[in-house]
Design a protein around this ligand. Structure first.
Ligand code: GLC
Length: 628
């Protein structure tokens, strides 16, 4: 059952693809609050679990916290945060009833999931221009399937997208990349992709390659292909505002960059320095932007990762000027005023980055209307990807590009994948990765993953191995790291062979994972599910927050605590425990329903085969001789 309600004059976000007749009156579950802006409230029963919200902080069960979606470039994914880079406004209330709620709205929106009032879910937004979809089905899985039917089929990457990806911000030259590939080859560590970060560009300008650091780029792309490796370059949202540079000049001449209400170009700062933003909501501008990706295709590239597309802004020219006016240099030069003017300067500068006030300063043109950026903010990453995907389709007809994005909105799941941004080399972020996967899947993002080993901070060997032990099951498997932190390629660690065996295991899993992913996409299903999806009557299964079902045949229970020799696992049915000693040797044990303590060394990936599913897994790992 689906109900659709419209309030105010909603933006066509292009999240939903199915036509649903509009309903009037109050929704059959919860109610709309009177007053300014948008407000929705519904009861939560004691035993209800609330899933969803896609990419966000905290556990599988979202109860007990306030989440706010206003896409942000924030590398501190700590518990105290309320949102990350994406706006996935879908919730699933699982209890006696199974209710799905989707708030289709591209501006800032908040979800108080029983935090202020234990027995209430309340949703609020500053404007009442929202489409609300209410779904009720007989089970959690059915709610998700109905929702996914509404939003359309998920993106399936080319199969090589499931290969192992090695990345680091700081592979500065072709020679650096050659070294990485060579070391993997020599040690027999499978590798499909090396990601190129902003280092490959000429002065951080999109659609350029530094001819000094990457001389004859097309030949280099080809050389890597011959080694079985594809290069995957980054593209950022900000375009360098540099006079004389053809991409900027052409976009400016044609009026494709975002402007302020007074018609001036909106200037802000990001990696290239002074930058502008393409109005990706305007069809012509988007088409032009998409065509720029043709430059990469002409070099032999078959995909890319879109970054800084929340869009991230370090500062805006207007905000800088205003601060300078408030605290003019003549003033802070006066010694007796130094302390107070310094404090004012400092607090002003701290407010520069990603300030929503800046988002009111410039506009977009969409479907014959003018909107401030703030109104459409959460859609920017999606529409940038839409332009990119169309560009790739034009330049590489008949071939699916490998695409993933940092920022997203529901709808983008039809076009590309997502990676979950700048996490850290923390054990808690391994857990966060585990807990985010089902929520991302519910919102359509099947091709998803986190930076394995963590992006920020130094990764230790044990964390890397434990993370890989989970990562081998995750469709987007990439080791990526920040340039200021300890490099974390396999050869930086002592246990190189253990690392290699995990990657080899991954490659044995690829055919299975790819099939499972395609079947999830075709059936509008998830790849990763909370235990309660298949064991809804089992109280214990409903409370487990750190184990996942993978397809219909596996259960995962990763170890995410440092120095832990093992962990407690809840088995909702009898299962076969499989411990991978390396990529060809396994230990198995049949285990009875209930709580068990399992042990596994850091490099020993393990999984549980569900009852009756031995055959499927027996075909993946013939050494197990099961199910035949
Ligand atoms: C952003 C991205 C990160 C990338 C960096 C430099 O922080 O999230 O993955 O390495 O920018 O481009």
């Amino acid at each position: 059952m689906v109900e659709k309600y419209e309030y105010g004059s909603p933006v066509n976000t292009q999240a939903v693809v199915e036509e649903i007749p509009l309903q009037s009156g109050e929704p059959s579950f919860g109610r709309i609050l009177p007053g300014e802006g948008f407000g929705y409230i519904c009861p939560l029963e004691k035993q209800d679990v609330v899933y969803g919200l896609g990419e966000n902080v905290r556990g599988l069960n979202k109860r007990g916290w306030i989440y706010t979606h206003y896409n942000k470039d924030d590398p501190a994914h700590t518990e105290g945060k309320h949102g990350l880079y994406a706006a996935h406004n879908f919730l699933l209330i699982s209890g006696r009833r199974h209710i799905g709620l989707f708030f289709d709205y591209p501006g800032e929106i908040s979800f108080d999931v029983g935090a202020s009032r234990e027995k209430e879910l309340s949703v609020s937004a500053p404007q009442a221009d929202i489409v609300l979809y209410l779904i009720e089905e007989a089970s959690d899985r059915e709610v998700v399937k109905t929702f996914r039917r509404l939003i359309g089929k998920s993106y399936i990457p080319p199969k090589w997208g499931l290969g192992f990806q090695q990345s680091r911000w700081g592979y500065r030259t072709a020679q650096d990349v050659r070294e990485v590939v060579k070391k993997h080859k020599e040690a027999g560590v499978p590798l499909d992709i090396v990601c190129l970060d902003i280092d490959y560009m000429d002065g951080c300008r999109d659609f350029t390659v530094s001819s000094e650091r990457f001389p004859d780029f097309p030949a280099f792309v080809q050389e890597m292909r011959e080694q079985g490796v594809r290069l995957l370059p980054i593209i950022d949202a900000g375009i360098k505002a540099q006079e004389g540079w053809e991409v900027y000049e052409e976009g400016r001449k044609k009026g494709y960059f975002c402007r302020k209400k007074n018609g001036e170009e909106y200037i802000f700062g990001v990696w290239p320095g002074k930058s502008v933003l393409v109005d990706v909501f305007d069809q012509e501008a988007a088409k032009w932007f998409g065509e720029q990706y043709g430059f990469l295709i002409s070099q032999g590239i078959e995909g890319c990762w879109n970054d800084m597309n929340e869009p991230a802004m370090f500062w805006s020219l207007d905000a800088v000027k205003e601060l300078w006016e408030k605290v003019p240099p003549e003033e802070y030069a006066k010694e007796e005023k130094l302390t107070s003017s310094f404090a004012r300067l400092q607090s002003g500068i701290q407010r520069f980055q990603d300030n929503p006030a800046d988002h009111d300063r410039f506009v977009h043109h969409y479907e014959g209307r003018t909107y401030t950026h703030r109104q459409l903010h959460n859609l920017y990453g999606y529409f940038m990807m839409k332009a990119a995907r169309e560009g790739f389709e034009k330049g590489m007809p008949g071939k699916t590009p490998l695409l993933y994005s940092r920022s997203s909105y529901i709808g983008m799941h039809r076009l590309s994948g997502v990676w979950t941004g700048d996490n850290c080399s923390w054990w808690s972020h391994l857990l966060l990765n585990i807990q985010m996967m089902p929520a991302l899947n519910m919102c359509g993002f099947l091709y998803a993953g986190a930076d394995i080993g963590g992006f920020g901070d130094d990764c230790t060997q044990d964390l890397m191995l434990r993370w890989l032990s989970f990562g081998i099951f995750v469709p987007l498997m990439r080791n990526h790291c920040h340039l200021d932190y300890k490099p974390q390629e396999f050869y930086q660690f002592e246990k190189k062979e253990e690392y290699r065996e995990l990657i080899r295991l991954r490659y044995r899993l690829i055919p299975f994972l790819y099939r499972e992913m395609i079947s999830a996409a075709e059936n509008n299903d998830v790849l990763f599910a909370p235990l309660s999806f298949d064991f809804p009557e089992d109280e214990m299964a409903r409370s487990v927050d750190d184990q996942l079902l993978l397809g219909d045949s596996l259960m995962l229970a990763p170890i995410y605590v440092q120095n832990a020799p093992g962990r407690y696992v809840y088995l909702p049915e009898d299962m076969l425990f499989v411990k991978c000693l390396d990529s060809t040797h396994f230990e198995t044990e049949t285990m009875k329903k209930g709580i068990v303590y399992i042990k596994a060394k850091e490099h020993q990936a393990f999984f549980f085969v569900r009852k009756g599913q031995e055959k499927k897994i027996g075909e993946v790992f013939t050494e197990l001789s099961i199910g035949s």
